[in-house]
Design a protein around this ligand. Structure first.
Ligand SMILES: [Zn+2]
Length: 240
């Protein structure tokens, strides 16, 4: 079975103790790394040394700001020597380097860091996985991802929305995949924020898919469960 672990099921506010956005694909690809991601990975006993790549959806701190602490861990605790690949939307290298320079000025790393900019709609090979970034409506740089790899002789595709509005781009991203993690941020949406609301999901556009909703807080999670939706928890392992 292919495996994705929910590291952080929370939104930007860490409500109800949920960690910021972070998902572990098999054991070697981290998808988003919000500010509290290393804390949660440590409490879940994730082996950070297996991570070979970190893939970012957009540059908000609840998805990105854990990177300095991950790199700090590699430098001082794990004394990493293997290279790390950081992938993300246009501007990924400049954004990460600015973040690192602001938080730990002048810090250098003994392991190579390779940056890779994802061009929407184009497949990128990363180890045994194929990654395709697709635009979603949230920030100008925002990408959702479809990640495909082979497990037990069958090809499995996983989709992750990052933060996204409930619109045709999101539906296109998750169409036909084996498993999708989709953000859920609100009970109702008056149209002023580019996030998914429970009231929107009721239209059933995603019902034919296996979808796990994440980026939540407990009250919203409980309401969603009462409507039959599957909701993420920190540490939850998804097999598909
Ligand atoms: Zn977010």
């Amino acid at each position: 079975m292919a495996r994705v672990q929910i590291i952080g099921s929370g939104n930007a506010f860490n409500m109800d103790g949920r960690a910021h956005a972070c998902y572990l694909i098999e054991s070697d690809l981290l998808l988003d790394c919000g500010a509290s991601s290393v804390l949660r990975m440590q409490s879940l006993h994730v082996d950070l040394s297996f991570i070979a790549g970190v893939l970012f959806t957009h540059f908000h701190g609840d998805h990105l700001a854990g990177l300095p602490f991950l790199l700090l861990n590699y430098k001082y605790i794990l004394k990493r020597s293997e290279s790390l690949t950081i992938l993300g939307p246009r501007g990924i290298q400049e954004t990460c380097e600015r973040l690192l320079e602001l938080t730990y000025p002048g810090m250098t790393f003994e392991f190579p860091i390779h940056y890779f900019e994802i061009i929407p709609g184009r497949d990128v090979a990363f180890r045994d996985k194929t990654i395709r970034g697709m635009p979603v409506t949230h920030r100008p740089e925002s990408l959702g991802y479809r990640i495909t790899w082979e497990k037990d002789s069958s090809r499995r595709t996983f989709a992750f929305s990052g933060d996204a509005a409930y619109d045709s781009q999101l539906f296109e991203l998750v169409r036909g995949v084996d498993l999708a993690v989709v953000e859920l941020s609100l009970v109702e949406n008056d149209g002023s924020v580019a996030h998914v609301a429970l009231s929107e999901v009721r239209d059933g556009s995603l019902r034919s898919q296996r979808v796990v909703y994440s980026h939540v807080y407990d009250e919203l999670a409980n309401l969603a469960r009462m409507e039959g939706l599957t909701v993420a928890e920190d540490g939850m392992i998804l097999e598909f």
